[in-house]
Write a protein that binds this ligand. Structure first.
Ligand SMILES: Cc1cc2nc3c(=O)[nH]c(=O)nc-3n(C[C@H](O)[C@H](O)[C@H](O)COP(=O)(O)OP(=O)(O)OC[C@H]3O[C@@H](n4cnc5c(N)ncnc54)[C@H](O)[C@@H]3O)c2cc1C
Length: 471
């Protein structure tokens, strides 16, 4: 382990001002996140209230089951909408919730929504069967064949959802290539599209109360909710990348091959300031060349973005990253983003402890570039040997300019977060840890060990930031 460039930092007054500013920004952001989550819950409560206001009979078993079926259908519909919003990559949502957390919630809601959907189907089949005194088998066929094409579509949608849920099981995901899983996963959107019409044409909330003021209110309520969810999804997942494509005219400008085997790709564009990308954020990159255009992969910025250039640094781990290493200058590029909360402006305290390993060093380099030297910065980079650290010369230069401290944690893997044979507390390596935020990016287990060590040293949860390279 080597440490370089330690210096006593002045600017104490300025640092106190900065601390107050970061705390205020954090509080404001946390309040907005709470507001967003409250809106999600309140819209669901509103939808259920409308349903109950229109009557929820429970006087017979058939009625009770049908009421449960209607309620679970509304819950499932609501969950689908929130899922769409979470996957839409809307900047406001991304900033409040974070891309990785949004994806996690999207998955959790998908599983819960599936159970709500299954309960909706089963209780309605049993409820209608009890009311009409036909068995569940006849009732299922009746829904499929005699309730109109919207109902048939929704039944097909439910089977598609079953296929998606099956392929989202951890064992299947681990065995499948990301691309294969992703194509099947896209069926969810077809399934949602198939489910929406029956809600309006067959849902008793609307159909049974047609013409009444309450039904009109409920209809417009749902139309508004679906318009926001589907419209937001289409606007940000399809519209935004297309607008960026024409507006910024991104093209590969240079491809650098580093000694450690990683590859840096410089992408040139016009007026990139308007993207409002920040160091540490990532984009979904689609390189428009044969064999690559169909896939978008996430890569973090490895340099602070400028008005003209973006840079990523890629570790070759599979077929797509292999192709990136052979990209031709001039290749057109389409991006989705900027995404992610691994950005210095979301910290709570002025000090920074930046810790990276492997391909996780990329966002650390760009976050460092975006910092000035007005508060303590400690950078820790983990690798087997120094020549396996990409952009090390750049990092050394930036550390020197900012009066920061750099630790190169090189050596064989040990039991904890430090290399074999080394023992130190994070608070010893970063004396200003108590007034710092910790940013970590690297292999999952190792990054977890870093965060645990920071917690043991007393860093509160909201000052821990982690970019996870998982899907
Ligand atoms: C937010 C984020 C930022 C990232 N930033 C960087 C970076 O700066 N530098 C870097 O080298 N790597 C980064 N990665 C990892 C990088 O995206 C994958 O290594 C790359 O997509 C692998 O593609 P492949 O086809 O070559 O390899 P494969 O063999 O197909 O995949 C290897 C592993 O990469 C992951 N992966 C593959 N395709 C995708 C995809 N489209 N979306 C998400 N994950 C996928 C899967 O976990 C898979 O098991 C980042 C990942 C995420 C989620």
């Amino acid at each position: 382990m080597t440490a370089t460039a330690t210096r006593e930092l002045p600017h104490v007054k300025q640092r106190n001002g900065l601390a107050a500013m970061f705390a205020r920004t954090w509080e404001r952001d946390a309040a907005r996140t709470d507001t967003l989550e409250s809106v999600f819950w309140l819209t669901g409560a509103g939808a259920l209230s409308l349903m109950f206001a229109m009557g929820a009979p429970i006087s017979s078993v058939g009625d009770a089951l049908t009421t449960i079926g209607r309620a679970t259908g509304i819950v499932a519909g609501q969950m689908m909408m929130v899922q769409l919003i979470l996957a839409a990559r809307i900047p406001w949502v991304e900033r409040r919730i974070g891309h990785d957390r949004a994806l996690l919630m999207h998955g959790q809601l998908g599983r819960m929504g599936f159970f709500a959907m299954a309960a909706h189907v089963i209780t309605l089949v049993l409820g209608y069967g009890a009311r009409t005194q036909t068995g569940w088998w006849d009732q299922s066929w009746s829904f499929l064949l005699h309730f109109g094409s919207d109902m048939t579509l929704s039944v097909i949608g439910f089977w598609l959802l079953l296929a998606v849920i099956g392929t989202s099981l951890a064992a299947v995901r681990a065995a499948w290539r990301y691309e294969t899983w992703h194509v099947v996963h896209l069926l969810t959107y077809v399934s949602v599209g198939f489910a929406i019409p029956h809600q309006f044409s067959s849902g008793t909330t609307f159909a049974g109360w047609a013409g009444t003021g309450l039904a009109t209110l409920a209809r417009w309520y749902w139309i508004a909710l679906w318009a926001v969810a589907v419209g937001g999804f289409l606007a940000w997942r399809i519209g935004r990348p297309l607008v960026s494509f024409f507006r910024y005219d991104l093209r590969v400008a240079r491809v650098d091959h580093h000694a450690d085997g990683t590859v840096s790709v410089w992408v040139r564009g016009r007026g990139l300031d308007r993207m409002k990308a920040l160091p540490g954020q990532f984009f979904e990159w689609r390189f428009l060349t044969a064999g690559m255009w169909a896939q978008a992969h996430p890569f973090s910025l490895s340099a602070a973005p400028s008005n003209e250039y973006l840079r990523i640094t890629v570790k070759v781990v599979g077929d797509h990253t292999e192709d990136i290493a052979t990209l031709q200058v001039g290749t057109r590029v389409m991006v989705e983003g900027p995404l992610g909360r691994f950005r210095a402006d979301l910290r709570q305290s002025p000090g920074m402890v930046l810790v990276g390993a492997g391909s996780g060093i990329a966002p650390i380099v760009s976050v460092l570039e975006g910092l000035d030297g007005s508060a303590p910065i400690v950078v820790m980079l983990r690798a087997r040997t120094e020549d396996q650290i990409p952009h090390l010369d750049e990092v050394r230069e930036m550390v020197r300019e900012r009066g920061a401290t750099l630790y190169l944690l090189t050596g064989r893997r040990g039991h904890g977060w430090l290399p074999e044979g080394l023992a130190a507390r994070m608070s010893q390596l970063a004396p200003a840890l108590a007034a710092s935020d910790v940013y970590v990016c690297g292999p999952e287990e190792w990054a977890g060990q870093i965060l645990d060590e920071a917690r043991r040293c007393g860093v509160p949860e909201q000052r821990l930031h982690r970019e996870e390279y998982v899907w």
